[in-house]
Design a protein around this ligand. Structure first.
Ligand code: CTP
Ligand code: MG
Length: 220
């Protein structure tokens, strides 16, 4: 019974606009990737980690794992053109014996053991996947260009984060489908899987812009 983590870190960080991929932008003393890598490495829930690194940054990712003593990092692969493709490539390195897979965005550095436990636990109750989510504070509207079409019922909506937990075989089948959802749960939903949501964490903010980076740095 083993649980593997996939750390999706292969994005270019277009919106952050730095001179290097987002995973290697400094957060505190180390590259951003180090924080989530270290936290997953220290988690008792996780047995091993596969990193999807930006193409050309595989070696620095291995060196980073060595530097911080992240001994659970079992392999580093070059990611693909989309997040779904990066997850697909990383999943190929997860052995058959893995029963659960946790997929996490390196762009959300402040992952902790409590949310990891919250998403992994319901898998034992027969869910195909579990996502952390938060209620939406703003009013949400459907639009078409600059025209507002309708107001959605906020009570029926949540904003979804990572880490997301999956039954390994279910995720393997879902990523084989070739669809390009922005999160893994979307792939499993498209394949007819049953996904549950649990309480997320505001500190799992995804670093997208410079302002996000500053906010997460202040929370370190
Ligand atoms: N990701 C990935 N492979 C890709 C694209 C994204 O592994 N081809 C990862 C990113 O590294 C990140 C997570 O998916 O940890 C969420 O993506 P996002 O925040 O959009 O990061 P980027 O795609 O790097 O940023 P941008 O969209 O601004 O370029
Ligand atoms: Mg992106």
């Amino acid at each position: 019974m083993s649980t593997w983590a996939i750390l999706a870190a292969a994005g270019s960080g277009e919106r952050l606009g730095a001179d290097r991929p987002k995973a290697f932008v400094a957060l505190g003393e180390l590259p951003l990737l180090a924080t989530s890598m270290e936290r997953l490495d220290e988690s008792d829930w996780i047995d091993a980690i596969v990193v999807a690194a930006p193409r050309g940054w595989e070696e620095p990712s291995i060196l980073l794992a060595e530097e911080i003593g992240a001994g659970k990092v079992s392999s580093v692969v070059a990611g693909g053109a989309t997040r779904a493709e990066s997850v697909r490539l990383a999943l190929a390195e997860v052995p058959e014996e893995a029963v659960a897979v946790l997929v996490h965005d390196a762009a959300r550095p402040l992952v902790d053991d409590e949310v990891v436990g919250r998403v992994l636990t319901p898998l034992a109750e027969g869910w195909d996947g579990v996502v952390p989510a938060l209620p939406i504070a703003d009013t949400v509207k459907r639009v078409d260009g600059d025209r507002v079409l309708e107001t959605l019922d906020r009570d029926d909506l949540v904003a979804v984060q990572t880490p997301q937990a999956f039954v390994a075989d279910t995720l393997r089948r879902a990523v084989g489908g070739g669809s390009d959802a922005t999160d893994c749960a979307g792939l499993v939903e498209a394949a007819g899987g049953r996904i549950r949501w649990v309480e997320g964490d505001p500190r799992l903010l995804k670093v997208t812009t410079q302002a996000d980076l500053e906010r997460v740095a202040a929370w370190l």
